[in-house]
Design a protein around this ligand. Structure first.
Ligand code: ADP
Ligand code: MG
Length: 873
């Protein structure tokens, strides 16, 4: 067992090097030997099996059975055509589903976590898949553990192992050896870190001892292997709708059959018709269509820097009416520059810093020492706040590397956004200095004295208020303010908990962080479209308000509240105030959850951003949890619905736009499919009830279904973005898909299509009373072509097709042309015509069916025209 061995033994056993890590050649060899570091995926299914799954439906069986019987009874051609159509349908379904699957697969890869390892003496970020045994892996707060590790170095490392042990309280980890003992539980192996668990606090280094399926989680992975298909609420709703519709259609078909029995029609013919109608009118392709449209939308979003992790997010995005956004890095550039300072009673521009003044130089040196960022000529890594501090040092010839050599770090308490402080313990000669830096208000509370004139003097209320005034003055100018303080101790034997106390205050720095470009525009766009922007930040109230004002988020200081004040409000006070609040300052992650809950309670659909480990709960609580792609931790990403690859606020707004468009497009496809199905049912059912001969032959119906249910519906689903989408208010999430206009539109058009098909048959039958084939062909053409034309009208619910341009959706034009060709093939190609029993229509007939077929299109366009006129008034 790894945990029993000492770190030296482990390092020897895996033939690795703590300082330099593996060489890339060695890593490559090991990767070849052991394979990628990932859990086995489910096996791929054969095409035949997938195809079979498409056909695996009771109705299709009955249809095929009927086809066989009809082959035995009469001609084989009907049967062959039915089989061909069923297979074609299955292939289309298969292509659709595999497309959707692939897109989702690609998505999974995108959000695959990365690992920090040492290779060739350098720390680098690699895909977790490429980690091999023997790799030296660096851990920090917020990272997923990429494989099983034997820890060799830790600094207050805490790991949450619930994925493995079910224990949700993070456990403290050490690098020390554990005495040999039998059956020690995973949770007690304190010097091990396991794949798929996550670091919640501190830092650490470990040697990779097992990868992929050899890891502890790999051993139990079989239990997790069943891939859960998580459907979106819309998909679930549609599946239910589909079932219900299927039921209704079956009832109607049964009814139709009963009527036919009473009328003493040819029973077998009627049976085949009823089954074909059921197959045609049940929208079995709906869920796949929706998945495809969602997947295509997801791809489009990636190009706009938003990665959707959970499909339901797309639908929800469309109804978001509050965007809560972090300030730093999302609304601002996160490019910090120190511009002002306060020390030794002076508040001034940093050019007035005087390195001969002991307080001034202590301010700069302490800020540089108490930081995890790195600085070199051509590269900087780490938190921009800390980089700004190192850059400040460089201006005064104070380099972190030199300082670190002089004053090596022996202990540390990392920064977290609850305390808003960070502390290090550094060697100063034969003594040690505790150095703390962080938010002024919190820092002042733990200071007893202040460094002034090279002396430590008691921190009186008067001096404190001077510091606060200096801090306020900087934050009123939108500067982020950080203070620093220290204490000299004799030894390193000091309790972590007592480090941040009894300090001596040194000074303050203020740094600017300019707003991102375009953010102001995006906020304005949100405002116009009924979306409220709310700023959430750990920064000071004044800093936050100053920037919020600049960006147009808030106008009045009554719209600003601190996390602490907010938490003290009573339920009813929150109710009263929350609609007016725009800025939450000095917020800790726990406040964030309360903010989300309070906003949601008012019926809002809330999106919330986050990056740290502690942000996970609020990301989960929000309707849309948004994680930062660049600065975000794996944990935040894991809890999110969407990841911003550029950390930019404007990207959230783009995603909302895309979400609205996608939802609308899906609705268009569904309205189209359902109204066409209603049309088909009406044409056949009414025809039977009126005692007419069959308006359409079964294979006609199946052919129409093949033409209209696939490509045109999909083409509507990928309709280009509506540029005016942000002029609308957010969609009410509680309202159904067909509430309001859509429902009326759907049923009205269904009836219309049914009626014109009946009319075509009636007229055909009147002109050619002796040729049933002739009338059926006319009905067949009108039913299919009217649906194709009608798609053009569905593209926009208010604008006319000429306003949006016929050719702006090339897929749809293609689908319409192909559809018309497929209708014509059946009529024009003699062989097909004989199989389909289609009549070669005369020129007059064509003119006539054409006129009938454009009726739904014309009426819809007229309807929109009238609607627009009325709305203007
Ligand atoms: P934000 O929401 O702006 O990212 P943070 O929680 O990161 O807020 O920061 C809140 C406050 O904590 C800042 O105003 C600053 O005073 C302090 N702070 C930020 N980063 C650090 C750091 N690396 N070390 C010490 N203090 C910091
Ligand atoms: Mg921050």
């Amino acid at each position: 067992m790894w945990f029993e061995k000492s770190s030296q033994e482990i390092i020897k056993e895996f033939n690795t090097d703590v300082v330099n890590g593996l060489s890339s050649e060695e890593a490559l060899i090991r990767r070849e030997k052991y394979g990628p570091n990932k859990l086995a995926e489910k096996k791929e299914q054969s095409i035949l099996k997938l195809l079979f799954e498409q056909i695996n439906d009771v109705l299709i069986y009955i249809l095929l059975g009927a086809a066989v019987i009809s082959a035995l009874l009469k001609e084989i051609s009907d049967a062959v055509i039915i089989v061909i159509i069923v297979v074609l349908n299955a292939i289309i379904g298969l292509i659709q589903e595999s497309k959707a699957e692939k897109a989702l697969e690609a998505l999974k890869k995108l959000s695959f976590p990365k690992a920090l390892v040492k290779r060739n003496g350098q720390i680098m970020e690699i895909s977790s898949e490429d980690v091999v045994v023997g790799d030296i892996v660096i851990l920090e707060a917020g990272k997923y553990i990429p494989c099983d590790l034997r820890l060799i170095e830790t600094a207050n490392l805490k790991i949450e192992e619930s994925a493995l042990t079910g224990e949700s309280v993070p456990s403290q980890k050490y690098a020390e050896n554990i005495l040999k003992s039998e059956n020690i539980a995973l949770g007690d192996q304190r010097n091990m870190a396991f794949m798929s668990t996550m670091v919640t606090y501190g830092r650490g280094v470990g040697v990779a001892v097992a990868v992929g399926m050899d890891t502890e989680i790999g051993k139990i992975a079989k239990m997790l292997e069943e891939n859960k298909k998580n459907s979106t609420p819309l998909q679930i709703k549609l599946a239910q709708l589909g079932k219900m519709l299927g039921f209704v259609v079956l009832i109607i078909c049964l009814l139709m059959f009963v009527v036919a029995v009473i009328q003493k029609r040819d029973l077998f013919e009627m049976f085949l018709t009823a089954i074909s109608l059921a197959v045609a009118a049940i929208p079995e392709g709906l869920p796949a269509m929706v998945t495809i449209v969602l997947a295509v939308g997801v791809q489009r979003m990636i190009k706009k820097n938003a990665i959707i992790r959970k499909l339901p997010a797309i639908e929800t995005l469309g109804s978001v009416n509050i965007i809560c956004s972090d300030k730093t890095g999302t609304l601002t550039q996160n490019k910090m520059t120190v511009t002002r300072f306060y020390a030794d009673g002076v508040l001034n521009d940093i050019s007035y810093l005087d390195m001969n003044n002991r307080v001034h130089s202590a301010l700069v040196k302490d800020m540089v020492l108490c930081s995890d960022a790195t600085y070199s000529e051509d590269s900087r890594t780490g938190d921009p706040t800390e980089i700004a501090l190192l850059e400040l040092g460089v201006k005064f010839n104070i380099y972190k590397d030199n300082e670190n050599e002089l004053h090596s770090r022996v202990d540390e308490i990392p920064f977290d956004s609850d305390r808003k402080l960070m502390t290090t313990l550094n060697k100063f000669g034969d003594k040690y200095n505790i150095i703390t830096k962080g938010a002024v208000d919190n820092l002042i509370k733990i200071c007893k004295s202040i460094y002034a004139n090279g002396n430590m003097v008691p921190f009186t209320e008067e001096l404190k208020s001077k510091v606060t005034a200096a801090s306020d003055s900087m934050s009123n100018d939108a500067l982020r303010v950080l203070g620093t303080a220290f204490r000299v101790v004799d030894s390193t034997e000091i309790e972590i908990d007592s480090m941040e106390s009894d300090l001596t205050f040194v000074g303050l720095v203020g740094m600017i962080d300019p707003p991102r470009e375009n953010v102001e525009k995006s906020i304005e766009e949100c405002r116009k479209s009924g979306i409220r922007t709310v700023m959430i930040t750990g920064d000071h109230k004044n800093t936050a308000f100053a920037i919020a004002k600049e960006l147009g988020i808030a106008e009045d200081s009554s719209q600003v509240v601190s996390g602490y004040e907010f938490n003290k409000l009573s339920g009813s006070e929150i109710e009263d105030k929350i609609d007016n609040l725009r800025v939450f300052a000095r917020v800790s992650p726990e406040h964030k959850v309360n903010i989300v809950r309070a906003l949601k309670k008012r019926g809002n659909i809330v999106s919330m951003t986050g990056d740290g480990v502690n942000d996970a709960p609020s990301l989960k609580a929000a309707d849309i949890g948004v994680a930062m792609g660049i600065t975000g931790t794996d944990v935040a990403k894991g809890a999110s619905d969407m990841i911003l690859t550029d950390d930019n606020f404007s990207t959230i707004v783009e995603a909302v736009k895309e979400g609205r468009n996608i939802y609308n497009n899906i609705r268009k496809s569904i309205v189209f499919l359902l109204s066409c199905n209603i049309g088909e049912i009406i044409a056949l059912f009414i025809g039977i009830v009126l005692g007419w001969p069959a308006v359409l032959r079964p294979i006609h119906l199946l052919w129409v279904n093949l033409i209209t249910d696939s490509l045109p519906a999909l083409a509507l689903g990928v309709e280009p973005d509506d540029p005016d989408i942000m002029k609308e208010k957010p969609r009410d999430a509680k309202k159904g898909l067909f509430s309001g206009k859509s429902g009326v539109f759907l049923i009205g058009n269904g009836i219309l299509i049914g009626v014109i098909t009946l009319a075509a048959f009636y007229i055909g039958n009147t002109i050619y009373p002796n040729s049933l084939m002739h009338a059926q062909t006319m009905a067949f053409v009108v039913l299919s072509v009217s649906q194709l034309f009608y798609t053009l009208s569905i593209r926009h619910s208010e604008k006319s097709i000429f306003e949006i341009g016929i050719f702006t959706n090339k897929y749809l034009v293609g689908a319409i042309v192909l559809g018309i060709v497929m209708v014509n093939m059946v009529i024009m190609i003699p062989f097909l015509a004989s199989v389909f029993k289609a009549f070669r229509l005369t020129l007059n007939d064509w003119l006539f069916v054409f006129l009938l077929s454009i009726i739904p299109f014309i009426l819809n366009e007229l309807g929109k025209l009238i609607y627009r006129k009325l709305e203007k008034k």
